[in-house]
Design a protein around this ligand. Structure first.
Ligand code: GLV
Ligand code: MN
Ligand code: MN
Length: 427
């Protein structure tokens, strides 16, 4: 396999430019369909064009770059990641995969390499679910698993996904048109920061993802009775926040007792939310994950039963609406082999790591085979402003990713072999 140079100064510059597309002062906050998100999307579209790609935006706002005149035809191989962030997140979650995918196509374009299959870059609109709580919106739309009811999901200000799409200049009713034909897709690969400590502990710059944990996300509500904070005696109260606090401890206990499950209450809203009023209602989010789907569902059921018991004891009511339930996914053996061979070729042992975090690959697995490469991050820290990846690791990661993508395309049954041409594959 011939050497194809990547340009690190371009990669680092682009990461910095995307990090500037952020609201707020701490870390990166780039929620889907906001003005900072639009700004980041404009940069990505410009860079795709620089790489000789034709750009289109689908009904969900996913940005897709492709070479329409690829001579060899066949199904397209997709690479990419997401452009949205959590609140006060870091500069690498999602964007490293976006910039890596752009660098792969641009390096191939500049080196005049003709790939074995058409190569597309896909930049997803909402992997985190930080704005609407329901997650993987862009990749689920592309895989055809987004539901009409998802358009009714509301953000913290009560704006629905449908309204946000409309305001962004998209047509929410056309969401089904984002679905791709599985016959036309040859696989999806994504580079992502590990978001955990395994690679750092093993002194390795990158690793092969073996599978992605399944997740259930719920929105729960505890209802009590609001009242005067100065007059209602303690034993006459129906304080929804006290009930919610007990429920959070039960969530923690249930997950700690399970060998493979993690569970988090990441958001809580207290109503009416005044220092001199007993909380009458609490709304919160629940996120339960495991690589073992049966165990994850068991823990979720157990949490809900415990919560109902706690609510009953406090003369409160509890209900929980499931907004997302995605089963765990195993990565494709063929794409894992491509990644492992590329890592070995770069002089490192291929370490196989399961992903506790969710990724667009989870949703894309309903459409096509998926593979992922993780890059080491400092201290395993992610979803935090101090998220950091050493430039040396980025360079190794992107080079490995480029080679893995070529190997993955070469090993596809419908591939012609990769070669070098005089002219680049552009219109
Ligand atoms: C996204 O990072 C998630 O795992 O929820
Ligand atoms: Mn991510
Ligand atoms: Mn994330």
């Amino acid at each position: 396999m011939f050497e194809i140079p990547i340009r690190m100064e371009r990669v680092l510059h682009r990461l910095k430019e995307l990090a500037h597309c952020s609201a707020g002062k701490r870390g990166v906050t780039r929620l889907s369909f906001t003005s900072e998100f639009r700004q980041a999307g404009l940069l990505v579209r410009r860079w795709m064009k620089e790489a000789g790609m034709v750009v289109r935006v689908d009904a969900l706002g996913n940005i897709i770059g492709h070479y329409p005149h690829h001579r060899r035809g066949g199904p397209a191989f997709l690479i990419g990641s997401h452009l949205d962030s959590v609140m006060e997140g870091g500069a690498f979650d999602g964007t490293l995969g976006v910039v890596a995918a752009l660098e792969v196509v641009q390096a191939l374009f500049e080196s005049g390499v003709q790939t074995a299959l058409p190569l597309e870059v896909v930049v997803f609109c909402d992997e985190e679910g930080a704005r609407f709580h329901t997650t993987l919106l862009g990749s689920r739309a592309m895989a055809g698993t987004l539901l009409g009811e998802d358009l009714n999901a509301r953000d913290a200000r009560g704006i629905t996904l449908a309204d946000a799409l409309r305001e962004f200049g998209l047509d929410p009713l056309a969401f089904r048109s984002a679905k791709r034909d599985p016959e036309q897709i040859a696989g999806y690969m994504e580079l992502h920061i590990e978001q955990g400590p395994i690679l750092e502990n093993e002194h390795l710059p990158c690793g092969v993802v073996s599978g992605i944990a399944g997740a259930v996300r719920g929105r729960f509500q505890v209802e009590g009775l609001a009242g005067h904070a100065g007059t209602v005696p303690m034993d006459a109260r129906r304080d929804a926040l006290v009930g919610a606090a007990e429920i959070i401890l039960a969530v923690e206990e249930a997950a700690r007792k399970s060998p493979s499950t993690v569970a988090t209450v990441g958001n809580l809203q207290v109503f009416p939310g005044s220092s001199n009023v007993i909380p009458g209602r609490v709304e919160g989010t629940l996120d339960v994950r495991s690589l073992d789907d049966e165990e994850r569902r068991r823990v979720f059921r157990q949490i809900c039963q415990r919560a109902e018991g706690i609510a009953e004891n406090g003369s409160l009511s509890f209900c929980c609406e499931v907004v997302l339930d995605t089963p765990a996914v195993q990565c494709s053996p063929r794409l894992m082999a491509a990644a492992a061979e590329a890592i070995t070729h770069h002089g490192y042992p291929p370490l196989f790591i399961p992903s506790g975090a969710g990724h667009d690959a989870l949703a894309m697995a309903d459409l096509t085979e998926v593979g992922m490469i993780f890059v080491r991050c400092r201290g395993g820290v992610s979803h935090h402003p101090e998220e950091y990846v050493e430039p040396e690791d980025i360079e190794i990661g992107v080079s490995v990713f480029l080679e893995a993508v070529l190997r993955a395309m070469d090993s596809h049954p419908k591939a012609s072999s990769t070669g070098q041409t005089e002219e680049a594959e552009v219109p």
